[in-house]
Write a protein that binds this ligand. Structure first.
Ligand code: KG4
Length: 334
């Protein structure tokens, strides 16, 4: 089944052509260079750039896949959650295409598609499994009981892990997207030098990152005011270690207590080198099979939207022309 998939929830305009779990093309036009100037994504600029890019990105995706509009069986699109103006560009483009081609319109939840990024190269992977989804806007542990059935067991009560990485990286003077640059610059030496707080949550599987973020920002301001130098690679490593400690401890405990033997990681932060290595080591100790997406599918892309779209279609999740973009929506929405 040939799906034309569209992703525009944040600062990447992406169109992919997929056939079930197979990727025929996956074109991504990123706006990072532009948002970098402002230290983060400016929603209004993001929407405008999506509008400018989407037709060209779509044509390139078709060309690279070696097909034409006539070969498309369905159109899938990220409709929630995300930046509302950015989502609207993709949703309206998708609606127009599905109407003019007379093919089904498949609405795809952004977090579900991040999880589906794992199906692309791991042919044997199928639910049920436990999943940690960590991105710029979300941090959530979910039981994935079927391709379209999700039971959240814990989520962030304030900031996402990616937000914590991005804002602490900015305080350290690193450019946007901070998480990637913080990961690159972090050295393993002396992570005792800057003690950071460990957050507490009522639900043991919930997360809280805003206190950690504030602690780092205050530490940096304090040092600056006193004219003291900060060892940036060491503080970066301390932040990374603390975030990983929290993500790993809670996720492993959820996997063990709920009796799962398979763990999947998804989202932009699943690209983090320490998170991958340490989660792998913890899973190996417990004979838990760990999956995480190839680096090229960790960030926002339309390939994962097409793959999840296929399963949504099989489950009868088809939208009509009243489909609207939604800024926030739980992963287990009905
Ligand atoms: O999934 P994603 O591309 O967009 C959202 O849906 O949010 O995730 C973006 C987030 C950003 O916060 C970015 O800094 C973070 O993923 N990120 C990383 C790494 N690569 C991307 N964080 C830590 N280490 C990385 N290597």
């Amino acid at each position: 089944m040939i799906i034309l998939a569209i992703e525009s929830s944040c600062d990447e305009t992406s169109v992919a052509i997929t056939d079930e779990r197979k990727i025929l093309s996956n074109i991504i036009s990123t706006q990072i260079a532009e948002h970098k100037i402002y230290g983060g994504v400016v929603p209004e600029i993001a929407s405008r750039r999506h509008t400018e890019a989407i037709s060209q990105v779509c044509n390139t995706a078709l060309k690279q896949a070696g097909i034409t509009y006539r070969d498309i069986d369905a159109v899938a699109v990220t409709f929630a959650p995300g930046l509302i103006g950015a989502l609207l560009v993709g949703v309206n483009f998708a609606k127009g295409l599905s109407y003019s081609l007379n093919v089904p319109l498949i609405p795809v939840h952004h977090l579900r598609s991040h999880i589906a990024a794992n199906y692309i190269e791991a042919n044997e992977l199928k639910p049920p499994f436990m999943c940690l989804t960590v991105s710029g806007g979300n941090t959530i542990i979910t039981e994935v009981t079927d391709y379209t059935s999700f039971t959240p067991v814990g989520r962030t009560t304030d900031d996402a892990a990616g937000e914590c990485f991005d804002k602490t990286a900015r305080a350290l003077g690193l450019s946007y997207p901070g998480g990637v640059n913080l990961d690159k610059i972090a050295t393993l030496a002396d992570t005792q030098k800057y003690p950071l707080p460990t957050p507490h949550t009522e639900n043991p599987y919930d997360f809280s990152f805003s206190g950690l973020k504030t602690a780092v920002v205050n530490l940096v301001h304090n040092k600056n005011q006193k004219g003291e130098e900060i060892d940036v690679p060491v503080l970066a490593a301390t932040i990374r270690q603390k975030v990983c400690d929290i993500l790993i401890a809670k996720t492993i405990s959820a996997v063990e207590n709920k009796g799962y033997k398979t763990l999947v990681m998804a989202g932009g932060v699943s690209a983090n080198s320490e998170l991958r290595a340490r989660m792998q080591a913890e899973c190996d100790k417990r004979s838990i099979k760990l999956y995480y997406p190839p680096l090229k599918y960790c960030g926002d892309n339309a390939a994962m939207v097409g793959v999840q779209g296929y399963y949504e279609f099989l489950n009868g999740n088809i939208a009509d022309s009243s489909l609207n973009a939604t800024a926030t929506l739980p992963i287990n929405y009905r």
